[in-house]
Design a protein around this ligand. Structure first.
Ligand code: FE2
Ligand code: FE2
Ligand code: FE2
Length: 180
């Protein structure tokens, strides 16, 4: 694998791993603030980030050296936490994944392009869901009572029932995990 793509894949793995844990920590806090539905949304999306981390990890060359990644630390109120989540998703959508994807494309690293693309498309949904949740929480209300479905292959995230086919990776309905 080209060193630049390998380094980007490594960073993406680190970022997704930390987002997974951060969202679980934020979910525990939302639970304590009595925002049960918001906590469920955070746990569902934490699982989507686990899918992304797994996809990147599986594509990492065995020879890759371990490294540490950046992280915004600290837990605020659920409203602040949702803003941190929105900021992280926005960075991935606007800067990280488009640049990583173009680099991998340029270097002909096809399986990595797919892993980055699945994450990029999913993060757009996460950004919107977190914005909805923050708008509710800022009015002192919890997020909606809806189920959240996560595609176990690509992390695609959708409210309500699972689609017959994942619009991003084509996985079947049975390939979704429900958070209800
Ligand atoms: Fe992700
Ligand atoms: Fe995300
Ligand atoms: Fe999928």
């Amino acid at each position: 694998m080209h060193p630049m793509t390998e380094s980007n894949l490594h960073n993406a793995y680190a970022g997704e791993s930390m987002a997974h844990m951060r969202y679980l920590i934020f979910a525990a806090k939302a639970e304590r603030e009595d925002f049960k539905n918001t906590a469920r949304l955070l746990r569902a999306i934490a699982f989507a980030e686990q899918v992304h981390a797994t996809n990147h990890f599986m594509r990492m060359p065995r020879t890759a050296a371990p490294m540490s990644g950046e992280a915004p630390f600290g837990v605020g109120t659920t409203s602040q936490n949702l803003q941190y989540a929105i900021d992280g998703e926005t960075f991935e959508i606007n800067e990280m994944y488009p640049v990583y994807k173009e680099t991998a494309l340029f270097q002909g690293e096809k399986v990595v392009v797919t892993s980055f693309d699945w994450a990029l498309q999913t993060e757009k949904v996460h950004q919107k869901l977190f914005m909805d949740a923050k708008a509710m929480v800022d009015q002192g209300k919890d997020w909606k009572e809806s189920k959240v479905q996560i595609c176990e292959t690509c992390g695609y995230t959708i409210e309500g029932d699972a689609p017959d086919k994942c619009p991003i990776c084509g996985a079947k309905k049975e390939g979704f995990r429900e958070f209800a």
